[in-house]
Design a protein. Structure first.
Lengths: 168, 373, 133
């Protein structure tokens, strides 16, 4: 069996304006990414990356998005993402940029990376805490991270099958 | 990088072979290189700092020999015993099908008997045919080297001067039957015959039944003014920074001169940023002569000899060049090396003869070619 | 990109014979192109012509494509034909972009690629243009 190989790009939408969070939806991200692709790599690049292009995961609170495209052409998408300057939704433009955190071959590797990344972020937050309540709530979250990971380990085999199904 | 994106950056195969030697050196192969390249459509030479051609050079230039165009010549005429004994065995007979494209049509070429190397190519008829014609003909051949997995083109080589190829032999009868009765092939042929002491017009009378025209090579002269020229050093084929230019740079510059490209562009120019390779000198004038037609290697050797003789008297020029373009659609490039047309079908060579009679020879071929000899 | 001498031993100064084989070493590729308008009568100068080539590249290959170093070596205003030079890695991009260009200022047009070669010298002698009558 031969399957189509994909690449997953884990990105973080960085915006100064907190209102931007509300506008992170699938359509806005797709439009922004494709617009940047068309500008940087033209019709050819856009067509190449449009094969199997989807937004696989999106978290409006943390601003994390997971984009998928064919393995052959991920470099085009990768190089175009820094050219995104804003997200557009409901006729409003919100300036922001994409920060690529990780490029992975499976959703699972991206998920693992994301958990690690978030934990590191939490540790950094912990260091800069000013009062007790904050400190406690972050410690709680950190513990949560470990728990989640432990859970994952248990379901590893099941999830990997899922992963293959996605990439087919 | 992934395969599709890599393919976007790749270019078809091409080769440039540079050789350096001395004209008088006993192991120098320059004459063999010229003689090995049978079909030439254009010869140009460039002499820096020259206003008027010396008389011997001029007479060679104007006497490049007639060639003939025969329309709709059945191919079996070229394997007729009469033709073989009258022309192929007695002199150098060159024939190449005209206006046939080697990437889509059938093509035929007759390689001459080479008196200098009797074992190398001796009066061979080479056919490059598509699969259907090959199957209809029923002659033995071999698949083209550049035909890919699914073979669509075959090369048939018929040795006309083989001792087993006489009028009673089975082989001869088979070839004649195939070309005359089984699958009659007709081509327009460019023909030329070189035989010391004989006139080419015998060829004309032999083919008088067919539509035959005599042609003279077309000659154009021009004097280029204020030409920027690269500085060359005969010992430095690859050039030396700040001292001399490489053979590759010269090759590009020469192409630019022949195509009348502006040589002194600025680096910020919008339209073109090409400029003459450095270091360079300014020349008041240069003499450029171009001869177009079906030109025989024998004549090119004469021309090359005269160009070498140009330096017998003291001259201002440091070097002269002689450029020869082959036919893009001939089935062979050098000797019997198969030639094809992928993107450009280029097969050409260029001599740079220095004042000391050292020379550079550059041979260039495209994608569907063997490495030059 | 192999490069190597063959045949003779490494040359001492003034070696009688030296041979150098350059495989796929051409830095640039050259295209002889002509621009066609079905109804004719369009005048373009060299800068506009180059602009058209760049816009064709930009359309198909985006800003990355438009940044390719393309030179218009010669340009003939009467016949709208030109010789283009492009770095070898951009050759396929340029050719494909020219092929897919369809219009200039809302007028239909097409690029014809007459001849291509890794050697500029080859463009000056095209045996397919040898016309005898």
């Amino acid at each position: 069996m031969v399957r189509f190989k994909h690449r997953y790009l884990l990105c973080e939408v960085v915006a100064e304006d907190p209102r931007c969070r509300h506008c992170i939806d699938e359509r806005a991200v797709t439009t922004a990414a494709k617009g940047a692709l068309a500008r940087a790599h033209g019709d050819y690049g856009l067509a190449c990356c449009s094969i199997a292009f989807t937004v696989k995961y999106l978290n409006a609170y943390t601003g994390v998005v997971l984009l998928r495209c064919r393995k052959d052409f991920y470099r085009l998408l990768w190089s175009a993402l820094p050219l995104v300057t804003h997200l557009e939704s409901r006729g409003q433009r919100h300036p922001c940029f994409f920060h690529t955190l990780h490029v992975g071959g499976t959703i699972r590797s991206c998920q693992k990376f994301l958990i690690q990344y978030n934990r590191r972020q939490l540790v950094m937050l912990l260091n800069s805490c000013t009062n007790k309540e904050e400190r406690e709530s972050i410690q709680q979250s950190l513990l949560g991270c470990f728990l989640q990971e432990a859970e994952e380990e248990q379901f590893q085999s099941g999830e990997e099958e899922d992963d293959c199904a996605e990439t087919d | 990088m992934s395969a599709p994106l890599r393919r976007l950056r790749e270019t078809p195969r091409h080769l440039l072979v540079c050789e350096r030697s001395h004209v008088r050196h006993e192991r120098s192969r320059h004459a063999a290189r010229v003689r090995g390249h049978a079909y030439n459509c254009r010869v140009s030479f460039l002499i820096p700092e020259c206003g008027v051609l010396p008389e011997p050079l001029k007479s060679v230039t104007t006497d490049m020999g007639e060639y003939y165009l025969v329309k709709n010549l059945p191919l079996h005429e070229l394997v007729a015993q009469e033709f073989i004994s009258a022309f192929v065995k007695t002199g150098s007979c060159y024939a190449l099908s005209y206006n046939t494209r080697i990437d889509q049509d059938n093509t035929a070429a007759l390689l001459p008997t080479d008196c200098h190397s009797p074992l190398k190519h001796i009066g061979k008829l080479i056919l490059s045919v598509d699969k259907d014609t090959y199957e209809e003909l029923g002659l033995q051949g071999r698949p083209s080297r550049y035909s890919g997995k699914k073979i669509m083109r075959y090369i048939i080589t018929i040795d006309l001067t083989d001792s087993a190829f006489h009028s009673d032999s089975k082989k001869y009868k088979r070839v004649l039957w195939a070309l005359r009765d089984k699958k009659p092939l007709e081509f327009d042929f460019l023909l030329s015959w070189h035989h010391t002491g004989a006139d080419g017009s015998t060829l004309m009378s032999y083919f008088s039944k067919h539509q035959i025209q005599a042609h003279q090579p077309k000659i154009t002269f021009s004097t280029l003014r204020n030409l920027q020229c690269p500085v060359l050093c005969s010992n430095e084929l690859q050039g030396k920074p700040e001292e001399s230019c490489s053979a590759q740079e010269l090759f590009e510059w020469l192409g630019a001169v022949f195509s009348n490209v502006e040589l002194d562009n600025k680096s910020f120019s919008f339209v073109s940023t090409y400029c003459c390779p450095e270091p360079s000198t300014m020349m008041d004038q240069a003499y450029l002569c171009t001869i177009t037609g079906f030109i025989l290697p024998e004549k090119i050797i004469q021309l090359l000899d005269q160009l070498c003789a140009y330096f017998d008297d003291p001259k201002l020029a440091q070097w002269v060049t002689l450029t020869v373009h082959g036919f893009a659609d001939s089935p062979v490039s050098w000797r019997e090396n198969e030639h094809g047309f992928q993107k450009g079908g280029e097969n050409l060579y260029n001599f740079v003869v220095f004042r000391s009679l050292d020379y550079w020879l550059q041979m260039a071929v495209g994608a569907n070619d063997d490495c030059p000899p | 990109m192999a490069e190597g001498g063959a045949g003779e031993p490494p040359p001492p100064p003034r070696a009688p014979l030296e041979r150098l084989v350059l495989k796929n070493a051409a830095e640039h590729h050259y295209l002889r192109v002509s621009l066609e308008f079905p109804d004719g009568g369009v005048r373009l100068n060299a800068a506009h012509f180059k602009q058209l080539v760049v816009s064709a590249l930009k359309e198909l290959h985006g800003e990355v494509g438009a940044a390719l170093p393309v030179d218009v070596l010669t340009y003939d205003e009467k016949t709208l034909s030109a010789i283009l030079r492009v770095s070898s890695s951009g050759f396929v991009k340029l050719w494909s972009a020219l092929t897919l260009l369809g219009s200039y200022q809302n007028r239909k047009c097409a690029f014809r690629v007459v001849q291509t070669s890794p050697f500029l010298l080859a463009l000056s002698g095209n045996s397919r243009e040898l016309v005898l009558d």
